[in-house]
Design a protein around this ligand. Structure first.
Ligand code: SF4
Length: 474
């Protein structure tokens, strides 16, 4: 679990948590920041602190709730709940949209119920259903039918049953694997955690699937069938590690294809450039594709500070600008007087891209053409990526030309949605493309997005994440 979680620290660096199960008891350790480095004596101490043979772990990046240290720690997963002698522990990736309605329901069972993160809601809801039905499959089935949003979940019951399930659209990744000796079974958001442990990847959970683990291995149950899948397209462009695999394809291969696509889509701009520069590190893989397709030199003239590990996107607004400034350095003389293609994974708010362009201009770059692999983001995400209002998205109110002016680029060349879909090897009906098309795969998210967009266009100022506003619940 430790090495698996460290391998996936890019999915959340605000806090981390481990939970183990032994003799009907849960043991928990939680703390702020990255999963720490451990010397071997400290590892022994952790073994003592976290006994047992089953466990779940989580790294957090907040997409709901407050962002002060205390609130982040309180919202750190795994979470637990108990009811009439039954217990449950749970770790999840995603975001729940109908939290107001569920909170009301939970208050009837747990008077004074408050929750620090959405996983508290799922955990309590699942426990209530488990208490009613005394059957995990039927409890998970009810949850899949009553939660709106994205949730890839791993959990342990008070009896030591170890299981995992995915929401009916399968928005977030979750795969299963085992150790080569067959003694250990694992679930993981990305395949990279299995690789780090020398495990074999068995399968990606299907949307609406429940998997239980027994001594004989995985027991798979397709409990809700949904023809409309919606795997998050942003995983391919930004979120997942390049060395993770989805459907047997490495993310880096897909990112290289993104780069090739943009060259084909913007031949005139490509012809006008002298060299390619990538925003490290999610811009590196598309840069390889741009280089191969165009034949232009990929100048490795933007370097990232190896020990500044925070990902700018998941930082709080106030931290993002200064972190990117300290993290990325430009080898000035390499770009002086040059017309440069800069490959970037996405432009969300525009502030980090602006910093990089400013640095390039200071170094004497004559032209800056942004090649952006994720198409223009026009709407918020309701499913676990923290871009949750129209106001914060530069693409919600500006087209590519206007964005270029704001961030100081000569041109912004977004990959087309068609190109992106084709490169993933999936179809429109298998991907969530909501933030770039405005078409949300779940009904409540669509309703909230449409209503808030109307208000936003009429000048309404959003002060909180859309799914956390009182208006959203009605
Ligand atoms: S809205 Fe965008 S970021 Fe959110 S799950 Fe869908 S594709 Fe991913």
């Amino acid at each position: 679990m430790y090495w698996g979680l460290r391998a996936e620290n890019h999915r959340g660096h605000q806090s981390h948590g481990f939970l183990t199960y032994s003799e009907e008891k849960f043991y928990i350790y939680k703390n702020l920041d990255l999963v720490p480095k451990l010397k071997s004596n400290a590892m022994q101490e952790w073994f003592g602190r976290l006994p047992g043979h089953i466990g779940i772990a989580n790294v957090r990046y907040t997409t709901s709730g407050r962002c002060d240290d205390q609130s982040i720690l309180e919202g750190t997963q795994p979470v637990t709940a108990s009811l009439n002698g039954l217990k449950l522990a749970l770790s999840f990736n995603g975001n729940i949209v109908n939290t107001f309605q569920l909170k009301k329901e939970m208050t009837q069972h747990f008077p004074g119920f408050i929750y620090d993160c959405d996983s508290d809601i799922i955990c309590h809801k699942l426990l209530v259903e488990l208490e009613k039905s005394k059957d995990l499959t039927s409890a998970v089935t009810t949850c899949l039918q009553s939660l709106d949003g994205a949730f890839s979940v791993a959990g342990i019951t008070g009896n030591g049953d170890f299981f995992a399930f995915k929401d009916p659209h399968g928005v977030k990744p979750l795969c299963a694997g085992h150790s080569p000796d067959g003694a250990t079974y694992a679930f993981s958001s990305e395949t990279v955690s299995l690789d780090m442990n020398g495990f074999v990847r068995d399968f990606e959970l299907e949307p609406g699937e429940l998997v239980k683990v027994s001594k004989d291995g995985f027991e798979r149950e397709q409990i809700v069938k949904n023809p409309r899948k919606a795997f998050c397209a942003f995983e391919f462009a930004y979120f997942a590690r390049p060395d993770s695999r989805f459907d047997g394809k490495y993310v880096y291969e897909i990112r290289e294809d993104f780069g090739r696509n943009i060259v084909r889509e913007y031949p005139e701009i490509t012809k006008d450039a002298d060299l390619i520069l990538s925003v490290p590190e999610t811009g590196d893989d598309p840069a390889m594709g741009v280089h191969e397709e165009s034949g232009l030199r990929w100048e490795r003239a933007s370097r990232r500070h190896r020990y500044v590990t925070e990902r700018a996107f998941i930082l709080l607004n106030k931290e993002r600008y200064s972190t990117i400034d300290r993290k990325i350095n430009i080898l000035g003389s390499k770009v002086d007087g040059k017309r440069v293609i800069v490959t970037e994974d996405s432009i969300v708010r525009g502030d980090t891209t602006k910093v990089i362009i400013e640095k390039l201009r200071k170094s004497g770059a004559k032209k800056v053409y942004m090649f952006v692999t994720f198409p223009r983001i026009i709407g918020p995400c309701f499913y676990g990526i923290d871009m949750s209002t129209y106001g914060e998205l530069i693409g919600s109110k500006h087209n590519a030309e206007e964005i270029a002016k704001i961030i100081g680029a000569d041109t912004v060349c977004y990959q087309s949605i068609e190109g992106l879909v084709r490169a993933t090897g999936l179809t429109h009906d298998q991907l969530c493309l909501a933030c770039i098309t405005g078409k949300y795969p779940t009904p409540l998210a669509q309703k909230m997005a449409d209503e808030m967009k109307q208000k936003f266009l009429n000048g309404y100022e959003e002060k909180r994440r859309i799914y956390e506003t009182d208006e959203a619940s009605t």
